[in-house]
Each structure stands twice: as structure tokens, then as C-alpha cells.
Design a protein around this ligand. Structure first.
Ligand code: AHR
Length: 511
């Protein structure tokens, strides 16, 4: 064969063979715990998140426990939701908790000024939320009103839900039927104080935070309160710097960060009818989380080298146009394989940064933004994002094992992204789990992992994949996208080979 023919043959082989990706799993060097709270969720009074999503009221024909849908409870328990943030979001800084306690027919209404201007009847309040968290086995994370509230109001809330002894607020709680305090650990001190939470400067907010945090203590018995400051948006590193500089470490346990994978705030994309270019750009935005977490952490390291304060990414996810015909203020969007990719890569980033990222809350649980559940009256479906969160829950409270990946590129025109992302951990039963994502929309990827420090065998493997990036579950076809067992994994000695189809998520169990 002529040399020119040979060259063409090699080019063709290279083009059609899956690109090689290599990785090293260092079993000997466990890096500390991946907090289960990284797998947290967020439920705001927004659209049909609470009303119609979680809560239908106890007179509803839809099966419920104290008004909370039983199908939702069962699905979320399977997900092992560790923490749930409520009541906002922007809503939190308009919310007055005393309007949501006592007899439901006597509660005043609230106009949801941020989200659609609808009038809510406050039938879902503090008792409903905290008792629901108990049903779910999730820790509550209460987001306090700083923007339009007072120090007294927030302090009273702490006393109401956490104080065991006799006091005006704990007596009121008992009068409303709850004898024992709920002992809420996680408290947000305002939300997006730079925007809907009051349009403050970081200097002003830092001072305000100090004042609020000072008086939020004293009602928690022996329990430690975990106070979380309203953090930066995206790459606003100045915000983090000012807060870290000005808030004494003893007053703060966590500092928030919000980042949405949005193409352009003025020109988003359809949630389910998007182009490949829009998919690529969304993945670019999602992968920015790596830089954001690294840079915000580096600032925190300067003031808190012992990493006492957690970076709490309490809002993250994909944000698209609302579905046609739905209220623009309700942020209802479909959820496709693109969202599965966002979830997979983002959770890998959080796992790999779990020394500093110790809580995160996907926005939002039901019917809003990157939801894990969609409801339509009595019907409920699970989204591709749900399935990724479920597959990844094996990492909760497991020991992080470093997985160093050398990835090939996912190329789009002049731009490229790493095709493969991953993370690994070892659970308390001695199982090692590796989660891998191939975001490449066209190419299968072979990942060859060198397993160091231990002899392994593969004991399980699951995959989430589908024919089209735009594939999603509907009320008519609720199981179009779901995880299945995966046979693309091979182990030979210390070499694990994984053949990943385009845009897929794989979780492998080794022992
Ligand atoms: O999650 C929707 C909104 O996004 C939240 O209310 C707000 O905090 C953020 O801007």
C-alpha cells in the first residue's frame, strides 16, 4: 500500500475510533468526607414548587400526609435528600414567618411580588415545612428575611423553632400544637443581598450580617447553629473578599455562592428544543463552576486557612425559557439529557472540592428551573436530573478518593471543553464508587482508569444515556430516560476500561 493511502487509513481510524481518556484512581490517599449536604435541594415559594408541587392541602384527593403529596415524599426519600432550603430565594426577603403559623383560615395572604405577582394564602408555613422535612428525613435550612424584615423578627423565628424552655415564642409554638422544638441547624441570613435581597453593597451587608448573627443565638440548647451569609453571584470575588474580611469567624459557618448555567440572561434557550451550539454553551457555563469554586475558595483560604467556613452553593442549575403557555414568573421548564450532564459535571466538581464546598442546593426541587420532579395535578414524573442525583447519592458522606483525569476534547468550532469529568469515593461499607460523565454530544469516549493501591473487582455499574440530547420524560412517557445497568465496563488487573456513549453518565461500584 502506498504511503499516502496508509496516512489516509490512519486518519480514518483515528477519526472513528473512540478518543482515549486516561485517569488514575489513588485508593491510598482518601481526602476527607464528601458532605451529604452537597446533595441538597431548594424549594422556594415560586410557581408550582410549593403549592401543587410539594403541597396540595389535607383535603386534596391526591394522596397526602398532612397536605404533602405522598408520591413526592416517596420519590424524595429514595433520593436521600439530606437538606432542603426554604422559603426562598428572593421570596425569603419578603416573607414574614408569623403570617404562616396558627389556624390556616385565619392567616393573612402574601403577594408573591418576585414570582408572578400571585396571592398566596400562607397555608404552607413553618410547621408544614419543618414537619415535611421530618417526613423526608431531610435537615431543614431556613432562609431568614433580612431585606424587609427585622433582627427581632428573625430572632423570634429562631426562638419559635428552637427554644425548648418557656418563652413568648416557644409558648406560641406549643399553642400552635408543636410541643418540642425542631432544633433547626441551618439558617440563611438573607438571600442575594446584592440584588432582590436589598440591593446592598458588600460592606453594608457584612455589617448587617454581624448584627443579625449576634442575636440569632441563645435559643438552640446544646445544638450548634450554622449561620450562612448571603454570598456572591458567580464571579463577584469582591463580595466574598469583603465578607471574609469583615465578619468574625465565630459569627459565621458558611458563605453562599449562586451560579446558574444560563446561556445569556437576555437570550436563554428553549429547555427541550435547543441546538447543539446551545448545548455546548450551557456546558461551558456549567463547567465554570470549577473556576468559581476554586477562586472563591482561594479567597476564603486567605482568611480561614483551616477551612472552618463552608462554601455553600445554595443555588445552582440550568435556567432556560419557560415552557410555552406557562406563567413567565413561574420558571417552569422541561428537563432533558442536557440537564443530566449539568448535574453530573457539577456534582463531580462539588465532590472534588468537598474540603471547602460542604453544602449545595439544586434549584429547584419541583416544577421550577432544573427540577428533579414535575407534577401535573395528580400526575408526577421524575426528570433525568432526578436520576443523576439518585445515582450519585452513593457519594453522600463517603470518603473522597482522588481521581485524576486526562480528558480528550469535546470540540465545537473553535471552542473546546474537556469531554470527561469524574469523581470517586469510598463508602462506610468499603465500596468504591466512580461517577463519570461524557458531555461529548457526538463521540463515544473510552476511559482507561489505572487503579492504584488495591485490587478491585467490579460489583455494579449503571448508566443514564439516551438517543437524543433533547430527550426527556413526559407525563405520557414518564420512563423514556432512566438509568439501566451498564455492561461497558471491563477490568483487567489494575486497569479499568469504560466505554461511554455520547452524553452519558455512568456510576461504577468496585469492591
Ligand atoms: O431560584 C430562582 C431565583 O434565583 C431565586 O429566588 C434567587 O435567589 C435567584 O436569583
Amino acid at each position: 500500500m502506498k504511503s499516502s493511502c496508509l496516512a489516509i487509513l490512519f486518519i480514518l481510524i483515528a477519526k472513528f475510533l473512540p478518543a482515549q481518556n486516561t485517569a488514575v484512581l489513588s485508593a491510598d490517599s482518601a481526602k476527607g468526607t464528601i458532605s451529604r449536604f452537597i446533595y441538597g435541594h431548594f424549594a422556594e415559594h415560586l410557581g408550582h414548587s410549593i403549592y401543587g408541587g410539594f403541597y396540595v392541602g389535607d383535603t386534596s384527593k391526591i394522596a397526602n400526609t398532612a397536605g404533602v403529596r405522598n408520591d413526592v415524599i416517596a420519590a424524595l426519600k429514595k433520593l436521600k435528600v439530606p437538606v432542603l432550603r426554604w422559603p426562598g430565594g428572593c421570596f425569603a426577603d419578603t416573607y414574614h414567618w408569623k403570617d404562616g403559623i396558627g389556624p390556616k383560615n385565619k392567616r393573612p395572604t402574601i403577594v408573591n411580588t418576585n414570582w408572578g405577582g400571585v396571592t398566596e394564602d400562607n397555608s404552607f408555613g413553618t410547621h408544614d415545612f419543618l414537619n415535611m422535612c421530618k417526613l423526608l428525613g431531610a435537615e431543614p435550612y431556613l432562609s431568614g428575611n433580612v431585606g424587609s424584615g427585622t433582627v427581632q423578627e428573625l430572632t423570634d423565628w429562631v426562638q419559635y423553632v428552637n427554644f425548648k424552655g418557656k418563652s413568648p415564642m416557644s409558648d406560641l409554638r406549643r399553642q400552635n400544637g408543636q410541643q418540642e422544638p425542631w432544633n433547626v441547624t441551618f439558617w440563611g441570613v438573607g438571600n442575594e443581598a446584592w440584588g432582590c435581597g436589598g440591593n446592598m453593597t458588600p460592606e453594608y451587608y457584612a455589617n448587617l450580617y454581624r448584627r443579625y448573627a449576634t442575636y440569632m443565638t441563645g435559643y438552640s440548647g446544646g445544638n450548634q447553629m450554622f449561620r450562612i451569609a448571603s454570598g456572591a453571584s458567580d464571579a463577584d470575588y469582591h463580595w466574598t473578599e469583603v465578607l471574609m474580611k469583615n465578619i468574625p469567624l465565630h459569627l459565621i459557618s458558611g458563605i453562599a455562592l449562586h451560579h446558574y448555567a444560563v446561556i445569556d440572561w437576555n437570550k436563554k434557550s428553549s429547555a427541550a428544543a435547543f441546538t447543539e451550539q446551545e448545548y455546548f454553551t450551557t456546558m461551558q457555563r456549567a463547567l465554570q463552576m470549577e473556576t468559581l469554586v476554586t477562586k472563591h475558595s482561594a479567597i476564603m483560604d486567605q482568611y480561614d486557612p483551616q477551612k472552618k467556613i463552608a462554601l455553600v452553593v445554595d443555588e445552582w442549575g440550568g435556567w432556560y425559557d419557560v415552557e410555552t403557555g406557562t406563567n413567565p414568573g413561574f420558571l417552569y421548564q422541561q428537563n432533558t439529557m442536557r440537564d443530566a450532564m449539568i448535574a453530573g459535571v457539577t456534582l463531580n466538581i462539588f465532590n472534588n472540592h468537598s474540603d471547602r464546598v460542604r453544602m449545595a442546593n439544586l434549584a429547584q426541587t419541583i416544577n421550577v428551573l432544573q427540577a428533579v420532579i414535575l407534577t401535573d395535578k395528580a400526575k408526577m414524573i421524575l426528570t433525568p436530573t432526578y436520576h443523576v442525583m439518585e445515582m450519585y447519592n452513593v457519594h453522600q458522606d463517603a470518603q473522597l478518593i482522588p481521581l485524576t483525569i486526562k480528558s480528550s476534547d469535546y470540540v465545537m468550532g473553535a471552542d473546546k471543553l474537556p469531554a470527561i469529568s469524574g469523581s470517586a469515593s469510598k463508602d462506610s461499607l468499603g465500596n468504591t464508587h466512580i461517577s463519570l460523565v461524557n458531555i461529548d454530544s457526538k463521540n463515544s469516549q473510552e476511559v482507561v482508569i489505572t487503579l492504584q493501591g488495591k485490587n478491585y473487582k467490579v460489583t455494579g455499574s449503571r448508566i443514564l444515556a439516551s438517543a437524543k440530547l433533547q430527550d426527556h420524560n413526559t407525563f405520557e412517557e414518564p420512563e423514556k430516560v432512566k438509568p439501566v445497568s451498564f455492561n461497558g465496563v471491563n477490568i483487567k488487573g489494575s486497569q479499568l476500561t469504560v466505554k461511554m456513549p455520547p452524553f452519558s453518565v455512568v456510576v461504577i461500584t468496585l469492591k
